[in-house]
Ligand binder design. Structure first.
Ligand code: GLU
Length: 411
């Protein structure tokens, strides 16, 4: 059975590259009907923080990355040390003078090689790899050792991780062979670059998943965007998690770094925003705006509003825009023609109620929308909203529109 894992160190915010790694491990396990594990690598006591661990769990929840087991590396510390002793007693490791414990690299063969599931055959001259630390002088194991031991203890079969771990994998394979562990297959995914071709860095880019979520990107959009960085998923344009499982192919991960193009994310986000149901739409409304809009027929216009949004945070901006002028009861300067038109409109709709078809009545009385659109828009919302005028009338309701018209006729 295939067993994959995501093994974050809770020492910083969860970034976009890690999200892609987590998802790929999840997809690979699910596609192969295997297991997906989450392991919190919390052995760096000083840098590991509870808030970062909580952030990992929160993001896993938001992106629906269900794991089959959750473990904590710190619980295995004594086992890591037992293996250190074993390597020492077999003369495969030694205590360097006043320094760390090092693994003794065997250079009998000219090359070290292994088959990477993405990069292909990796071959490194053995004289380029020096003996390396597996524990500090106080016997606390380094990442290389504890990470491998945990993979072994959890029966992990496949490790998918960033390209920056390639050398670590070579070292871990050496330790694994020395301890007669079952082989683990490694797959290294190319790093993500920014639009200028530089490595995505915290300093120059927004890299935290949480920042994208709070800035107004939907998790569906981020999911689609991030999985496509480096893998084409059979060119399917929009995938939910099930489609992604079906169409995931590890060997199709591209070798060159993927480019992080924010415009692409914006495009995808517009697509998913336009698919929101009315209930989902309402969930994004801030409390006071929701209250303000409760007197109006928001459901009639929510799709038109969504067409104007790039981020879900724009929903509140757009709804406020519709209400702000209307609620202030400002009376604008109008000319004689406008006043005459308002008078005419009012005379037609004054006896109508919300249930009546006001638009039809107006048309039948020689007041088609083409003729009245401009003035109605002016006195209700007072900006060039793309929302069709009949919807604006229905959104506010005939009674309210009547009140608005009356403001201009009371002299
Ligand atoms: N804790 C390591 C990291 O966050 C895990 C790397 C791996 O996937 O093995 O980089």
């Amino acid at each position: 059975m295939i067993i994959t894992r995501f093994a974050p160190s809770p020492t910083g915010n969860f970034h976009m590259g890690s999200l892609r790694t987590a998802i790929y491990n999840f997809l690979f396990a699910r596609k192969n009907e295997g297991k997906f594990l989450l392991r919190i690598e919390d052995t760096d006591r000083e840098r590991s923080k509870k808030i970062y661990e909580e952030e990992i769990l929160k993001i896993f929840n938001i992106f629906k990355l269900q794991y089959d087991n959750l473990s904590y590396q710190s619980k295995n510390l004594s086992i890591h040390q037992e293996y250190l002793e074993k390597l020492m007693s077999n003369n495969m490791a030694y205590h360097s003078k006043d320094g760390p414990y090092k693994f003794r690299v065997n250079r009998d063969n000219e090359f070290f090689e292994y088959d990477d599931l993405i990069l292909g055959k990796i071959k490194v001259p053995s004289n380029t790899i020096e003996d390396f630390s597996i524990a500090r002088s106080d016997k606390s194991p380094t990442f290389i050792l504890s990470n491998l031991i945990d993979d072994h203890l959890e029966n992990v079969t496949n490790v998918i991780r960033g390209n920056d771990h390639t050398t670590n994998s070579i070292k871990q394979i050496m330790i694994s062979d020395a301890l007669n562990f079952k082989d683990i297959k490694y797959a290294h995914i190319p790093l993500i670059h920014d639009i200028n071709g530089k490595k995505l860095s915290k300093r120059n880019n927004i890299t935290n998943v949480d920042d994208y979520l709070s800035e107004g990107y939907l998790s569906d959009s981020i999911f689609n965007f991030i999985i496509k960085l480096g893998n084409n998923f059979n060119d399917i344009e929009y995938l939910d998690i099930e489609d992604a499982i079906d169409n995931f192919n590890l060997s199709k991960v591209v070798l060159s770094p993927a480019k992080f193009d924010i415009e692409k994310l914006n495009f995808i986000n517009r697509h998913y925003l336009n698919k929101l149901s009315f209930i989902e739409f309402k969930n994004f409304l801030e409390k006071d705006i929701e209250k303000q809009v409760s007197n109006f027929q928001l459901e009639l216009v929510f799709q038109d509003i969504l067409e104007r949004c790039n981020k879900y945070t724009d929903i509140n901006i757009e709804v406020s825009k519709l209400l702000n002028f209307f609620e202030k009861n400002i009376v604008l300067e109008i000319d004689e023609n406008e006043k005459a038109l308002i008078k005419k409109i009012y005379s037609i709709i004054k006896s109508l109620h919300d249930a009546d078809n006001a638009v039809l009545m107006l048309e039948e009385n020689d007041l088609p929308l083409k003729k009245i659109g401009k003035i109605i828009r002016k006195i209700t919302v007072n900006f060039e909203s793309k929302i069709p005028i009949e919807k604006i009338i229905l959104f506010f309701g005939i009674e309210k529109v009547k009140e608005k018209l009356l403001l201009y006729l009371n002299d």
